[in-house]
Design a protein around this ligand. Sequence first.
Ligand code: NAD
Ligand code: TDX
Length: 350
Amino acid sequence: MKRLLVTGGAGFIGSNFIKYWLEHHPLDRVVNLDALTYAGNLENLTSIDANPNYRFVRGDICDAGFVVQVLESEHIDTIVNFAAESHVDRSILGPAAFVETNIRGTFVLLEAARNYWDKGADESRFLHVSTDEVYGSLNQGAAPFTEQTAFAPNSPYSASKAASDHLVRAYFHTYGLPVVTTNCSNNYGPYQFPEKLIPLVVINALEDKPLPVYGDGQNIRDWLYVEDHCRGIDAVIQSGRVGETYNIGGCNEIRNIDIVHQVCALIDQMRPSRRPKAELITFVPDRPGHDLRYAIDASKIRRELGWEPRYTFEAGLADTVRWYLDHEPWWSRVRDGLYHQYMELQYRKS
Ligand code: NAD
Ligand code: TDX
């Protein structure tokens, strides 16, 4: 039986992960430590509220005293660090929070784990959830990112994640902390906050608002259904080699403009209206420093741990669009006053 501390468990991937974990490892205990920023939402977890093996604690990963107290009182043996500021556009508008949570927060967690596990925790493990964006941008035709690709982050977000990955690596080499890092490509699926491309486009299309495509829409991301990411993290927790990093990706490169067209076609089909949704597509000024292309070589995790994505993009995207159609109260509620302020600031030039 494991005792997990999941940080950032009220966000998109963290909440999917906690539900995945309790379903597949029902005897384990999961403590969810989350600050409930704009991106954290306990509504994502109502289905497990009553599970006696689950507990939510509100707190900040930068608060060392609080983190230590949770580790000790819950006898944590496994830390899964999702907590982060995660949106590239927000990091361009205001990078300070990214430095604070992503770099200092990870440092605080590492220090707390080092001190706590030094007192004798067997079988302990610190899994740091990171991103493919630390590797920078690929030109067309360049080979996908491997675990050996040199870091070249281009946004304040990716730079802060790269810094945290370096700290995690250093805690293994210097202190022998049992760390593993996963670098995953773009996730999509239920409960993703509607500032990210896919949910933003779905919701704007449903409301007949412009569908903003940055630049010429030719940028490419490698999309992975969130449940496949959760299974990858599970495999690395169970059997990943300590001190290693594992790339996780869908082998599924798609141009932004094609994604937007696919979302429009799904909505036209699932909720027919007089005007095809693709008519709402609006090209808007590009994201500063916009990375052209990400692509993951996931052969290491496939070879060592037998992980492979199970969802095709067609199936995953259709499920996702259906989920947003069926969960209007969820996305209506997460769009509070601060969300509208952010949207105004981000898309004001459009
Ligand atoms: P998210 O923004 O949806 O959720 C982040 C969560 O962290 C929220 O619940 C928020 O309240 C919490 N949080 C933020 N600051 C905190 C703090 N100081 N202390 C405690 N909790 C705090 O993010 P996501 O998309 O679920 O991403 C989760 C992790 O996965 C991040 O580390 C991100 O870098 C990484 N990642 C995301 C993707 C993706 O496509 N979304 C891909 C690869 C890696
Ligand atoms: O309105 C938009 N229009 C647009 O063209 C938005 C929000 C995005 N885009 C483009 C920018 C990207 O090329 O779509 C692509 C995807 O954008 P995001 O959903 O913001 O994701 P991205 O910037 O690629 O980063 C995501 O994947 C890696 C996550 O937000 C990160 O947390 C993760 O590390």
